[in-house]
Design a protein around this ligand. Structure first.
Ligand SMILES: C[S@@+](CC[C@H](N)C(=O)[O-])C[C@H]1O[C@@H](n2cnc3c(N)ncnc32)[C@H](O)[C@@H]1O
Length: 207
């Protein structure tokens, strides 16, 4: 196993788990995740940090996460939930669910990392029932052109140490291009380094 593979397999899951426990992220989870209803699909569920924030009333959570070590970290959080959690050890580009079968799709800090976000978003659209919602909290390209150019320059190096995370994507454009109606969108800097913390948070619907 090469150094890069070793890092991605054995080091990265611990770093991601640690980084994603930031209080700033917990505050966003607290606001967004309780809005999920019915059958829920979470894309890139990571170490399961959203699980405690789901309403007890959801019918079921499909937690899709391709990194098996992150699934192992998430599993204990799914032990005593009032709803069933089914882990899907797959990529967001390969959602295995039936068409129009879920009420809510959730993505938090994942569209930055998925290698083919248009394909993954097409799948999210496909599995949502008509009128179903996509809840998202993502970081991405900053509106300040100077900062945006630095994000363009640094994204290659950053993605090597951050599991493929791109600094300069526009999640709102990607979501709209997949056919979703963006119902609400909040943008702005959260606390932390500005290259990483310009956020896009909102609700989008399948027509
Ligand atoms: C920054 S972490 C965010 C984890 C989690 N969503 C959270 O809020 O804590 C990015 C996640 O995207 C996952 N990921 C990477 N490639 C993916 C893909 N092709 N499809 C779905 N998820 C992917 C990673 O394994 C990781 O769990």
């Amino acid at each position: 196993m090469g150094l890069r593979d070793h890092y991605d397999r054995h080091v990265l899951p611990h770093l991601l788990d640690l980084a994603m426990r930031a209080p700033m992220a917990s505050r966003e989870r607290e606001q967004v995740i309780p809005q999920a209803q019915g059958a829920v699909l979470e894309i890139g569920a990571g170490s399961g940090l959203n699980i405690p924030y789901y309403s007890a009333d959801i019918d079921k959570l499909y937690a899709l996460e391709p990194h098996d070590k992150l699934v192992r970290k998430a599993e204990p959080k799914a032990k005593n939930t009032p709803f069933e959690v089914e882990f899907l050890s797959l990529k967001g580009e390969d959602i295995p669910l039936e068409d129009a079968s879920v009420d809510t799709v959730v993505t938090t800090w994942t569209l930055c990392t998925i290698p083919d976000p248009p394909k993954a978003l097409q799948g999210m659209y496909r599995v949502l029932k008509p009128g179903g919602k996509l809840l998202f909290v993502e970081h991405g390209r900053a509106p300040d052109e100077h900062l945006g150019r630095w994000q363009d320059r640094l994204t290659g190096a950053w993605s090597c140490i951050a599991g493929g995370c791109q600094l300069n994507r526009r999640p709102d454009d990607l979501i709209a291009a997949a056919g979703f109606d963006i119902e609400s969108l909040e943008t702005g800097y959260l606390e932390g380094p500005k290259l990483l913390t310009y956020h896009y948070k909102g609700v989008a619907r399948r027509a």
